[in-house]
Design a protein around this ligand. Structure first.
Ligand code: ZN
Length: 274
């Protein structure tokens, strides 16, 4: 079967009909914190594939072949990675290096840098709740993979920045920030189902939207949440309003995009990846 697959891939490479499709051109940014688009074998139904043991989004490109759209965690080192089908076949892809800049942030509230024991307990509980949301995998097909911007406004902090709060290194920036005023309405970048809302120590008022097959958006630091768990939202549907709740130095929208439980650069999905 592997040999057949390789033969099919070689045939593809030599035929113009198999040229890279629109989704591949748009989304294939195989770097740590990026996305790898991996073509699958010719079939009427997609192979079920996993990356690091987690189910992966598969879509049909240009009404032709199936492709796997794989989220690459920031912690993955450049080199050869692979996805694996349920039948045990491996498909390799190459992760290329990418440099991320550093950002230094000063917080007046020292509790937001080194929280005390009681707060750490709350933070841990909230973290678990959110990690569980990222692990969800529903059967629905995403309505669109080229996302609409959730707000109109200037992009501020980029994804992947190494962050130092009052000089102490913390987790890298897991999403993309938009500098927009408090009260700005937030629109769903694609259709989806609201799977979690909360008011968290670090993230403030937060909404999770499941777009399908492990493709999940998270919006945080909101001033108002206007949806509840279980709501179905249409593409462009209203989710809430921008604010500065949680660990935020001022009003902005923070947007995470997650694929197969890996936080990836949202800029890829709005065509602004550099
Ligand atoms: Zn942010």
């Amino acid at each position: 079967m592997n040999r057949l697959l390789i033969a099919a891939l070689f045939a593809c490479l030599s035929l113009p009909v198999c040229a890279e499709g629109f989704i591949t051109r748009l989304l294939n940014k195989p770097v740590p914190g990026g996305v790898a688009v991996v073509p699958l074998a010719e079939a009427d139904t997609p192979a079920r594939v996993r990356y690091q043991g987690k189910p992966v989004l598969t879509v049909r490109e240009d009404d032709k072949r199936w492709i796997a759209i794989v989220g690459i965690p920031l912690t993955v080192k450049p080199g050869t990675e692979h996805i694996e089908s349920d039948t045990g076949e491996r498909l390799n892809f190459t992760v290329q290096p990418r440099e991320y800049a550093s950002q230094h942030i000063t917080l007046r509230n020292q509790q937001q840098v080194n929280p005390d024991a009681a707060r750490l307990k709350r933070i841990q509980r909230e973290l678990e709740e959110q990690l569980e949301a990222y692990r969800q995998f529903s059967a629905r097909q995403p309505s669109n993979l080229l996302f609409d911007r959730p707000v109109d406004g200037r992009l501020s902090s980029a994804f992947g920045l190494r962050r130092f709060f009052n000089g102490e290194e913390r987790n890298p920036h897991s999403g993309l920030d938009f500098a927009v005023p408090t009260g700005t309405p937030i629109k769903a970048p694609a259709a989806g189902r609201v799977i979690l809302v909360g008011d968290y120590f670090f993230n403030g008022k937060t909404v999770f939207v499941d777009h399908g097959q492990g493709l999940i958006s998270m919006f945080c630091h909101l001033s108002a949440i206007d949806v509840k768990v279980g709501d179905e939202v249409v593409r462009g549907g209203h989710l809430g309003k921008v604010g500065a709740t949680g660990r935020a130095t001022g009003p902005h929208l923070h947007w995470n995009v997650s694929l197969n439980d890996a936080r990836v650069d949202p800029a890829i999905f709005i065509g602004t990846f550099k």
